[in-house]
Design a protein. Structure first.
Length: 228
C-alpha cells in the first residue's frame, strides 16, 4: 500500500521538554502537504477553543497548590473535548492527525511526576480515550544536556511546570523512553541530530506505516488499547 492510499493516520509526537516535538511535527506536516496528504496539526492539552482554555487554567502559575489529581482531571477534560470535536472528526473526514503529546505524557507527568494513582489514570484512559489510540507514536530521544540547553534557550519560566527541577524532567523522559522501547507502534528517533536528520528518520518511520498489511492494521486496533 502507498502512503497516500492509507486510511487516515493518527500520529503523536512524544518526548521530554526541549526534544524538538513541535519543530518535527511542523516538518512532517510540510512533508505531508508536499505529498498531498490532507491532515491537521494539533497539541495537548489543547486543540479546541475550550481545551485551549483548560490548558491555560492547567498551566497558569498560581499561589494555591495544585494537586496531581486536579491536573489529571483537567487534562482528561481537555482531551475529551479534543477527541470529540477535533481528532475524531478529522479522522472520520479522511484527514491525518499530527498531535504534539498525548496519553503517555499524562502517565509520565501526572503518575510518575506527581504520584497520581495509576488506577485513577487507567480508568480515565479507558473512559476517555477508549480504543482511539495513535497508529504511531514517535518518541524523540534527546540527551539531558541537550534538553536542558534547549529549555534554557526557549522557556521563559512562564508556566507552572517549567519551574520543575531537572530531576523531574529526567524522570519524565525516562518514562517516555521506556514506553517507546517496549510498546508496539512506537518509533524512537535520535533527537540529538540536526533538525533535517531527525525529520528524515521520522519520515522513514511514517513511510513504514504503508508497509503494514491489513491484518497488521487490524491488530493495531486491538493492541493499542493496552498503551501505555
Ligand atoms: P508544551 O506543549 O509546551 O510541551 O506544554 C505542555 C505542558 O503540559 C508540558 O509541561 C507538559 C504538560 N502536560 C502534562 O503535565 N500532562 C499532559 O497530559 C500533557 C498533555 C501535558
Amino acid at each position: 500500500m502507498s502512503l497516500t492510499s492509507l486510511p487516515p493516520q493518527f500520529i503523536v509526537f512524544e518526548g521530554g521538554d526541549g526534544a524538538g516535538k513541535s519543530t518535527q511535527l511542523k516538518l512532517l506536516s510540510e512533508k505531508l502537504t508536499e505529498l498531498g496528504i490532507d491532515h491537521i496539526t494539533t497539541r495537548e492539552p489543547g486543540g479546541t477553543p475550550m481545551a485551549e482554555e483548560i490548558r491555560d487554567v492547567m498551566l497558569k502559575k498560581r499561589d494555591e497548590p495544585v494537586a496531581g489529581n486536579t491536573e489529571l482531571l483537567l487534562i482528561f477534560a481537555a482531551r475529551q473535548q479534543h477527541l470529540d470535536n477535533r481528532i475524531l472528526p478529522a479522522l472520520a473526514e479522511g484527514r491525518w492527525v499530527l498531535c504534539d503529546r498525548f496519553i503517555e505524557t499524562t502517565y509520565a507527568y501526572q503518575c510518575v511526576g506527581r504520584g497520581v494513582n495509576e488506577g485513577f489514570f487507567f480508568d480515565m484512559m479507558v473512559n476517555v480515550v477508549g480504543d482511539h489510540s495513535p497508529h504511531l507514536t514517535v518518541y524523540l530521544d534527546v540527551d539531558d544536556e541537550v534538553s536542558v540547553q534547549r529549555r534554557a534557550a526557549r522557556k521563559d519560566g512562564s508556566d507552572r511546570i517549567d519551574d520543575e527541577t531537572q530531576e523531574f524532567f529526567t524522570k519524565i523522559n525516562d518514562t517516555l523512553r521506556g514506553f517507546a522501547l517496549n510498546l508496539p507502534h512506537h518509533a524512537t528517533v535520535d533527537g540529538n541530530q540536526t533538525e533535517e536528520a531527525v525529520a528524515n528518520d521520522v519520515f522513514a518511520f511514517v513511510e513504514d506505516l504503508a508497509n503494514k498489511t491489513d491484518s497488521d492494521l487490524d491488530s493495531m486496533a486491538d493492541t493499542q488499547t493496552a498503551s501505555p
